[in-house]
Design a binder for this molecule. Sequence first.
Ligand SMILES: Cc1cc2nc3c(=O)[nH]c(=O)nc-3n(C[C@H](O)[C@H](O)[C@H](O)COP(=O)(O)OP(=O)(O)OC[C@H]3O[C@@H](n4cnc5c(N)ncnc54)[C@H](O)[C@@H]3O)c2cc1C
Length: 381
Amino acid sequence: MDTFIQTTPFFSSEHRALAGRLAQFSEREIEARAGDDERETDEALRGYVLLLAENDLLKHAVARPGQPFDLRSFCIIRETLSYSSSLADLAFVMQGLGTYAISLAATEHVRDFWLARAAIGKAIAAFALTEPEAGSDVAALKTTARREDDSYIIDGRKRFISNAGVADFYTVFARTGTREDGRAEISAFIVSARMPGFSVAERTEMIAPHPIGELEFKSCKVPAEDMIGKPGDGLRLSLQTLDMFRASVGAAACGMARRALDESLLYARSRQQFGKPLAGHQLIQEKLADMATELDAARLLVIAPLTRRTLASGPRPGKPARRNSSQLKPPAGSSIKRCRFTAARVWYGALWSNACTVMRALCASMKALPKSKSSSLPINS
Ligand SMILES: Cc1cc2nc3c(=O)[nH]c(=O)nc-3n(C[C@H](O)[C@H](O)[C@H](O)COP(=O)(O)OP(=O)(O)OC[C@H]3O[C@@H](n4cnc5c(N)ncnc54)[C@H](O)[C@@H]3O)c2cc1C
């Protein structure tokens, strides 16, 4: 049994209660469904969103305006879900990523409409920032939104958008003009998937179950009241969203690594070689111990800065919080990578069986790689 959250001083009694309840929920509900993730990915994702809503978990993803966002609860949930299913984790995280800007700046009735629907699983959210020519350099985006009476007309293309084709609405970032200093004026909009002129141009196949694809906007008309904040607020809102959620990527990776460790332990105890279980061989014991150490290190690297950040900055992260969320990702990522490769060395031949859970966990933790080409800095995984 995993005792990290129960015994680490960075969590409150509420976090510990949440972790205990969640572990049971995940074992009972998510484990039972995870086998279908690859076959019916879109349907499985919709099912997870409803399941998470029924179990009152989406309230931890959808921010409540004016109230602090509890990133530690968010991370506990991401780690637990990704232990069993990276798709269930995606279902959870996107409800947050796709609604955070709305919670910060949308007009009250628009905001309340979408947040309420997202929190009960009635509307699936997505976050549409990346474009073919605007990846890390988000300010280079080319999608435009021009004002026409009481509407904005959006034209352009987005790529690598998680939940493309499954989402009911998208938080979309587009260029509405040029600032006095020559930089792009970027604004944010809520675009319902039903809007004429909106379409999913292509789905991108990934090596782990993950609905993702390209969006096309062709004279897509959205009401001006669906702009989030004021013209020009978009870049700030997109970066605030990434600052808030980036830290949780490490938590999801820890869940996958913990699964790889648990499965490796089980396997090493059951597989006999040279007359005794693999786990009886000292070099395998060393590998298992290395994995456990890397995992503990990664979990501490994720949670310690988060605790400092929560105590220091409340609901909206300031500069130190931003630095923390960027700092923790590389070392936590390296620990997880080492943990993953060590797991592969415990399993060897058996790793390549499709039915093997550890293989699923390893693929999920590498899902930043589309099948045909490599990519970088995924927003949510
Ligand atoms: C699984 C997955 C899910 C995603 N989901 C979403 C989503 O829901 N919504 C969304 O909007 N986007 C999403 N993305 C897109 C993702 O956020 C982008 O991949 C990311 O922003 C990087 O952009 P890029 O892939 O175009 O890489 P590029 O920006 O082209 O970068 C390529 C490489 O160059 C490096 N690099 C870039 N600039 C510099 C520099 N100045 N100095 C040094 N090195 C540099 C990068 O670190 C990277 O290693 C997703 C991506 C993946 C893989």
